[in-house]
Write a protein that binds this ligand. Structure first.
Ligand SMILES: Nc1ncnc2c1ncn2[C@@H]1O[C@H](COP(=O)(O)OP(=O)(O)OP(=O)(O)O)[C@@H](O)[C@H]1O
Ligand SMILES: [Mg+2]
Length: 253
């Protein structure tokens, strides 16, 4: 049985359908890459999985999301978080006027009655990201982009998730910071956390992923082991900037 099983997922904003019959699964211990161009529906997929496509905001999602054998499709976001699935949202979404510490503590609100878990997780986050420990009392808005991304990841970690959804964690960050963030994701997986990773840096994502899904205009068009996607002509042309034409003859001139 897969840890996460998504069947016939449709999602829309008002009358505009964005996800069409998406089917995917995530096995425990995997890193799954979700690849797709701008507007393909990657963020919408992350929202739908997290329970953020709520009708009150003129959004809707239908289909089945099963986590550890339990149908969670009808559960609100905080209940899904409580069951072990946490989102690190696109654009980080930290609370700029709150301290680093308060941002982290808010990440643990679903476990507020389990102070030991929150304290342990907080310590784990600060050990994983020592920069956050140095800046614990600073307002989150004063952090650099990379530090804010660490905070967004740390905030999700405080709830002790078993499955983490990352929506473009590398966005706007310098290459050296991107490497740090991606290696922290690999470390999390090695520590037993299952990962779904949406990334524009497709080559880097496929390097650390076990399998991947390619989303085009709200449809899953290709899926398979990461190595197969990396070798796939369509993926190479559309997402890896590699065309099937060779340039040997040019360089021979
Ligand atoms: N809150 C919203 N209200 C209405 N339409 C939306 C909303 N959010 C996204 N959309 C539309 O849904 C489609 C999918 O958007 P989504 O943000 O899921 O794509 P994405 O793959 O994450 O893109 P990007 O790579 O730019 O992050 C787009 O056409 C977008 O304009
Ligand atoms: Mg997006």
């Amino acid at each position: 049985m897969s840890m996460l099983d998504v069947r016939n997922l449709h999602a829309s904003y008002g009358d505009v359908a964005v996800l069409h019959d998406v089917n995917l699964h995530v096995d425990e211990g995997e890193i799954i890459a979700i690849v797709g161009s701008n507007g393909a529906g990657k963020t919408t997929l992350m929202r739908a999985l997290s329970g953020l496509m709520t009708r009150s905001r003129r959004m809707s999602a239908t289909g089945t999301v099963v986590l550890d054998g339990e149908d969670i499709s009808r559960l609100i976001a905080s209940r899904r978080l409580r069951r072990g699935m946490a989102l690190v949202p696109e654009g980080r979404q930290v609370w700029p006027e709150l301290s680093v510490e308060d941002n982290l503590l808010l990440g643990g609100f679903t476990r507020r009655r389990e102070s030991t878990v929150v304290a342990e997780q907080l310590d784990y986050v600060l050990t994983t990201f020592p920069r956050l420990r140095e800046r614990l009392q600073q307002d989150a808005g004063t952090l650099s982009g990379g530090e804010q991304q660490m905070l967004a990841i740390g905030r999700a970690l405080v709830s002790r998730p078993r499955l983490m959804l990352f929506d473009e964690p590398s966005m706007g960050l310098a290459p050296v910071i991107v490497d740090q963030i991606l290696s922290s994701i690999t470390q999390l997986r090695d520590g037993g956390t299952t990962v779904v990773l949406v990334e524009q840096m497709v080559n880097l994502a496929l390097e650390i992923a076990d399998r991947g899904y390619v989303l085009e205009r709200g449809h899953v068009v290709i899926s398979g082991p990461a190595a197969e996607l990396t070798a796939n002509e369509q993926v190479r042309a559309a997402y890896l900037g590699v065309t099937s034409t060779t340039y040997e003859s040019d360089t021979d001139d």
